[in-house]
Design a protein around this ligand. Structure first.
Ligand code: DX5
Ligand code: ZN
Length: 223
């Protein structure tokens, strides 16, 4: 299966958002990934629903909203109204994760759970049926441009096995440090969605970078 590619706006030029999003519109990208940070769950602050709403008006692709915030349950309906198509909350920020996932699905959005590098995927055993997507963090969340944590490949394989054993269609998304150098290994481990910030927006030709990421599985099969 061809992977879905979700460029992360975090690495874009915020003084030229219209042009940057237009590049995504013209590319083979499948989703636009939006990183919402509150300075509490993560040591950085980015933007909130106003930016999601603005992105919705500029972007022709579904919006994949990654909430790196405490108490995300307070804002799920607002992000959905702003235009989020996928909403991911962090397992580490949700004491009542099962309820929060129902809340996301009730809005009509796809429900995702993001998992920090130190959190085992076995903690998802009892909510797998309630999920559309698991976002495995391959860096510690908060900043773009960090180094990929290789242990994520083993977590991806484990999670893929859990999903396959139960015959579910939960997608595995990998977020952080993803580029052409590791995309093929990530996809062979079982990933379905690649989030890519720096490797897309800092590339000389972002459209080409997206195309290459999208084709990386086929290339790995040819080798
Ligand atoms: C990190 C964010 C990522 C980030 C990835 O906290 O969740 O989505 O934008 O950026 P790169 O691809 O540069 O590692
Ligand atoms: Zn993200």
């Amino acid at each position: 299966m061809t992977p879905l590619i979700a460029p992360s706006l975090l690495a874009a030029d915020f003084a030229n958002l219209q042009q940057e999003i237009d590049v995504v519109n013209r590319s083979d990208a499948d989703w636009l990934h939006l990183d919402v940070m509150d300075g509490r769950f993560v040591p950085n602050i980015t933007f909130g629903m106003l930016m999601v709403e603005a992105a919705k008006r500029m972007c022709s692709k579904p919006l994949d909203v990654h909430l790196m915030i405490v108490e995300p349950e307070k804002y799920i309906e607002s992000f959905r109204e702003a235009g989020a198509d996928v909403i991911s909350v962090h397992i580490e920020a949700c004491p009542h994760l099962h309820r929060t996932l129902q809340q996301i699905r009730a809005t009509g959005a796809m429900a995702g759970v993001a998992v920090n590098p130190h959190t085992p995927v076995s903690l998802l055993e009892d909510v797998l049926e309630d999920l559309d997507l698991v976002c495995l963090m391959s860096v510690n969340p908060g900043f773009g441009g960090q180094k990929f944590i290789y242990r994520t490949l083993e977590k991806t394989r484990q999670l893929k096995q859990m999903i396959t054993e139960r015959n579910l269609s939960v997608r595995i998304e990998i977020d952080g440090g993803v580029g052409l150098q590791n995309a093929a290994s990530i996809l062979s481990a079982g990933a379905d969605v690649l989030v890519a910030g720096s490797s897309v927006f800092k590339a000389n030709d972002p459209i080409q970078a997206i195309r290459q990421l999208k084709q990386s599985r086929q290339e790995s099969l040819l080798v």
